[in-house]
Design a protein around this ligand. Structure first.
Ligand code: FE2
Length: 239
């Protein structure tokens, strides 16, 4: 399997803080069946002022440490970008890291705030798509505005945005509302891929296989496999 969303790169955001935890998370992911682990630290100007360059430097050191520790997992680096006006500046300055590509466009992992869809989001997405940057919306099922009005997602889907659902949402880890919306999106065939969004060992460990199993019980084994193997591979290999 390929996990396209995680906060395992240590010391750069609210994910793993120390190397030992990051290595253990990778071991868990590998034992869970993940062969390619995408690292997607937050880039969020107010909170986590990472840049593409700063993350790349940290990533190169981390790759060596992972190899030295003998953890057999392929690592890739991108980021999770908070929607906001700063995306314009980042895009213009070549500061956006890609997950890969989809139908000729770069794919960027993009999150909304936890509770709302900010005014201007549709315009922001249209601006990005005009520049051949396709947002993959991170865990829409966990957004409170979308939980109460799922139809608010429609303009983003109509614009072509991809959707990433979090594995733990399907197992109830984020509550009944997140689970309900995640299941509805799966049954409507709106979901591009499942990912862990793993943050730590204690509460949010790597858990892609359990999410995949929950998806399989809803939409069948083959359709669930597409969400953890074929679709992520297609995005990675088109990069
Ligand atoms: Fe995340």
């Amino acid at each position: 399997m390929i996990d396209m969303h995680s906060h395992i790169l240590p010391g750069v955001d609210d994910g793993a803080q120390v190397l030992a935890d990051a290595l253990e998370m990778l071991r868990i992911a590998r034992a869970d069946g993940v062969e390619v682990q995408m690292l997607t630290p937050h880039i969020h100007l107010d909170r986590y002022p990472n840049t593409r360059e700063s993350l790349q430097q940290t990533f190169e050191g981390f790759q060596r440490q992972v190899a030295d520790a003998g953890v057999d997992i392929e690592l890739r680096l991108a980021a999770e970008l908070r929607i906001g006006p700063e995306l314009v500046q980042l895009a213009n300055g070549d500061g956006l890291p890609w997950l890969g590509a989809w139908q000729g466009r770069h794919v960027m992992l993009m999150e909304f705030p936890h509770s709302s869809i900010p005014a201007g989001s549709e315009n922001m997405v249209a601006w990005l798509i005009q520049r051949d940057i396709l947002p993959m919306i991170a865990h829409p099922e966990r957004n409170q505005a979308l939980q109460s009005r799922p139809s608010k997602l429609e303009p983003f889907l109509a614009a072509g945005c991809l959707l990433q659902v979090t594995a733990g949402s399907l197992t109830g880890q984020f509550g009944a509302e997140a689970r309900h919306l995640a299941e509805a999106l799966l049954l409507e065939d709106r979901v591009t891929l499942l990912a862990t969004d793993a943050h730590n060992l204690a509460y949010r460990p790597p858990n892609l296989s359990s999410g995949m199993a929950a998806a399989a019980s809803l939409i069948g084994e083959a359709a669930a496999r597409r969400l953890v193997e074929e679709n992520p591979r297609r995005i990675l290999e088109a990069a």
